[in-house]
Write a protein that binds this ligand. Structure first.
Ligand code: PGA
Length: 246
């Protein structure tokens, strides 16, 4: 039985006033016992604020990226062990915006995944194809390659300690979510690639998830929740998506 999870990826948005108000309101609206797990990933400067506000709540917090290095002379980097030390539970690795704007390769992403697990952080590995890949019928190829890099580098036992997020690039921030069927097909392919271990690994969908599209996505047998960007910045929308995952 895979417990559903919804993770908010705030990207580079918000300030301390927004973060404080948003998280207090979210904690209030999500209080009580829930079947779905909820986490938010605000920008680095606000993680300690998130840690303080969320401490006695049922909402976890995570980072949007981690360094591949463990410590040392790496100006500007933040290590997984530092984040774990501060109470961080999750870290997104290999988001398409990092692959694209920071030239992160699948090799680097695989190393980050391993470092996260070794540090006690649950990595949320993003995989997904571009519109061009999809139109050229290369979706499974691209997603399979991104995934196998991590499996080869870490081994399936380590992969099983993380979460996979299928995020088709053409759906991210475009308002054009994948249909439940398109998402389900890729999720089921990912599970097939992972083999028997795949049964216990959570696979989230990400890409323009909104309150009105969430329920149909979550009804699919291989969709275990969502990684939510834009809609996670609106408390009510985010809570509605979390409720749909229950
Ligand atoms: P979106 O972003 O929900 O705004 O499409 C999702 C993501 O990039 O994780």
């Amino acid at each position: 039985m895979r417990r559903p999870i919804v993770i908010g990826n705030w990207k580079m948005n918000g300030d301390s006033a927004f973060t404080g108000d948003h998280l207090r309101s979210l904690a209030d609206k999500w209080a009580g016992v829930h079947n779905a797990e909820v986490a938010v990933c605000p920008p680095y400067p606000y993680l300690s604020l998130a840690s303080d506000i969320l401490e006695q709540t049922n909402i976890a917090w995570g980072a949007q990226d981690i360094s591949v290095e463990k410590n040392g002379a790496y100006t500007g980097e933040v290590s997984a062990s530092m984040l774990a030390d501060c109470g961080c539970k999750f870290a997104i690795v290999g988001h398409s915006e990092r692959r694209e704007y920071h030239a992160e390769s699948s090799e680097l992403v695989a190393k980050k995944f391993k470092v996260a697990v070794e540090s006690g952080i649950v990595p949320v590995l993003c995989v997904g194809e571009s519109l061009e890949d999809r139109e050229a019928d290369k979706t499974f190829d691209v997603v399979g390659r991104q995934l196998l890099k991590v499996v080869e580098h870490c081994g399936l036992d380590v992969v099983a300690k993380g979460i996979i997020a299928y995020e088709p690039i053409w759906a991210i921030g475009t308002g054009k979510s994948a249909t439940p069927q398109i998402a389900q097909d890729v999720h089921s392919y990912i599970r097939e690639v992972l083999g028997p271990e795949g049964d216990q690994i959570k696979i989230l969908y990400g890409g323009s998830v909104k309150p009105d599209s969430a329920e149909a996505l979550f009804k699919q047998k291989d969709i275990d929740g969502a990684l939510v960007g834009g809609a996670s910045l609106k408390v009510d929308d985010f809570v509605d998506i979390c409720k749909a995952a229950e």
